[in-house]
Each structure stands twice: as structure tokens, then as C-alpha cells.
Design a protein around this ligand. Sequence first.
Ligand code: 5GP
Ligand code: ZN
Length: 117
Amino acid sequence: MAQTQKECIFCRVLAGEIPGEILHRDDHCFVIRDIAPIAPVHLLVIPLQHYIHATDASPDMDVTLGHLMAVAREMAKREGIFESGYRMAVNQGPHSGQTVDHLHLHVVGGRALELEG
Ligand code: 5GP
Ligand code: ZN
């Protein structure tokens, strides 16, 4: 079941109600480390606005997605994984394993990754 904005973990981190170091913040998104990293670097790039899916009908969604990827690139440089490479992933809906219903871009690197199902 979709979480409401009030109980959304990422909105609560942004509001300072749940601890989480904000590594980057701008007018459109913020970045935190995943609480359960699957690799040495595992960041979440999260729009300030509580979109649920990347396919949410919104006139600025394409801009938002592009911005998340641009911020991911800059964070990858900051984290020292730009040259070695990294994965950007968005989970969407039940079969993807999406657990937080607030759009977020995973940025994962620092080790060689397998293609995982
Ligand atoms: P999803 O499975 O929805 O694509 O990814 C949600 C991610 O959020 C998971 O990788 C999970 O470890 C992470 N996560 C869940 N709760 C918290 C939290 O309170 N703080 C942080 N930093 N990450 C969280
Ligand atoms: Zn939210």
C-alpha cells in the first residue's frame, strides 16, 4: 500500500524527523547514504517533491529525472567512483522490490557489480 507523504521515510529525513546526513541539497533534490548499503558507495538521490514513481504524470518529471542523474554524476565524482563506474537504478512498483514510495535514484559503486535480479 502506498505510504502517505506524512509517513514517508524520505520526507521525514528531509524534515529532520529521522536522522540522516544530507550530503547534498539543492532546489530540486537531496542525497543521503542508503541505510543498508549493498556496496562501498550506495547513495540515494531523492527529489524534494514526494513523487511516487518515475512515471508520475508531472510536467516537470523529465527535468526532475535528468537532474537526479546529473546530481548522481557529481556525487560519483565526489565519492571517487566516477572513473571506476557505478550503477544508477530506480525501482518502480511491486515486482521491482520498491519499498519506499518516494521516487529515488540509487547510485551504487565501489566494487564490481553483477547483474542482480
Ligand atoms: P527501494 O527498495 O524502494 O528502491 O529503496 C529504498 C531504500 O531506502 C533501501 O535500499 C533502504 O535500505 C533505504 N532506506 C530505508 N529506510 C531508510 C532510512 O531510514 N534511511 C536511509 N538513509 N535509507 C533508508
Ligand atoms: Zn516522501
